[in-house]
Design a protein around this ligand. Structure first.
Ligand code: KIV
Length: 271
């Protein structure tokens, strides 16, 4: 039987064995109880309470404004719903960069107040000290390299990263640093597929891609994007599995029509 089918709960150890066994890891974001319950029951391996909540839940145009308290609210709601998946929560912008003591305090708040199983942080060598301090408290850390939405104002655009030799060498070096430091996995966002494949073969910990091709150990996407709730976001790497925008619009229009025509509620729908 495959590793993930045998596992009653997905742990970082299970993810490592999935990679060893050549089983791909399926990861999606969730930010609320009801969605997390559905995707956990559907068999998703990993749920990321991503700081993309800033975009899809709060309507900001970057991930920078979301606060630690807001991430904790989302993560608590998700954890209450989940019975099997591993739940990873993003440390938001401004809660770990440049200060390893602050990083540990932020990570401890997430673990203590939400019940998440791990945290994720963006960056390589420059956040090594923070990662080490968090790991010393027994908190599992997932890294994130390539396109780093929390550094969008440094790069200025959301184009594909690590196309140049200099940038791809730095990314490879950072991936090795994250592995040696003790991260249990790494997300690679929007980088050339060949480079992502090279990282996944050189590095022993699971590599999860988003816009990084299929030569990695698993994939992650934002739930609102795959369900077609967000329509304005349409990068090449996104596959839409549903068109909920149209479905919800149709349902709401029917409801409005029924209310206006006094078709709702009918006799069976009243006391
Ligand atoms: O916040 C998020 O949703 C993420 C994924 C895009 C990997 O970090």
């Amino acid at each position: 039987m495959s590793v993930h089918k045998k596992a009653r709960r997905i742990t970082t150890h299970v993810l490592k064995n999935m990679k060893l066994n050549g089983e791909k890891i399926a990861m999606l974001t969730a930010y609320d109880y009801s969605t997390a319950k559905i995707i956990d029951k559907a068999g998703i391996d990993v749920i990321l309470v991503g700081d993309s909540a800033a975009n899809v839940m709060a309507g900001y145009d970057s991930t920078l404004p979301i606060t630690l308290d807001e991430m904790i609210y989302h993560a608590k709601s998700v954890v209450r719903a989940v019975e099997r998946a591993l739940v990873i929560t993003d440390l938001p912008f401004g809660t770990y960069q440049g200060n390893s003591k602050l990083a540990l305090a932020s990570a401890i708040r997430i673990m203590k107040e939400t019940g998440s199983h791990a945290i994720k942080m963006e960056g390589g060598a420059e956040i090594k000290e923070s990662i080490l301090r968090i790991l010393s408290a027994g908190i599992p850390v997932m890294g994130h390299l390539g396109l780093l939405p929390q550094s969008i104002y440094k790069f200025g655009t959301y184009v594909v990263r690590a196309r140049s030799k200099e940038e791809s060498d730095k990314l490879l070096e950072d991936a090795h640093i994250l592995e040696e430091t003790g991260c249990f996995g790494i997300v690679l966002e929007k980088i050339p597929a060949e480079l992502a494949k090279q990282v996944a073969s050189e590095i022993k910990i699971p590599i999860i891609g988003i816009g990084a091709g299929n030569g990695v150990d698993g994939q992650v996407l934002v739930i609102h994007d795959i369900l077609g709730i967000t329509q304005e976001f349409s990068p090449r790497f996104l596959r839409r599995y549903h068109n909920l925008d149209a479905e919800i619009t149709g349902a709401v229009k029917n409801y409005i029509k029924d209310v206006r025509s006094i078709n709702f509620p009918n006799e069976k729908e009243q006391y």
